[in-house]
Design a protein around this ligand. Structure first.
Ligand SMILES: [Zn+2]
Length: 53
């Protein structure tokens, strides 16, 4: 199951939720794809992927 969650705030790409797994990062009200989130290291910690929302 694929559900459109929104668009990446940085590159405008569509961000989907795949089988309950967000194909990106939602942080402080911003939605970003993994590529853009990786570019902004320092705000995202590896442990964050463990949290459930
Ligand atoms: Zn992006």
């Amino acid at each position: 199951m694929r559900e459109l969650v929104g668009t990446c705030e940085s590159c405008g790409r569509d961000v989907f939720c795949l089988d309950g797994f967000l194909n990106g990062v939602s942080e402080a009200g911003r939605l970003e794809c993994f590529e853009c989130a990786d570019r902004e290291e320092g705000t995202a910690r590896p442990q964050d992927k463990e949290k459930s929302e």
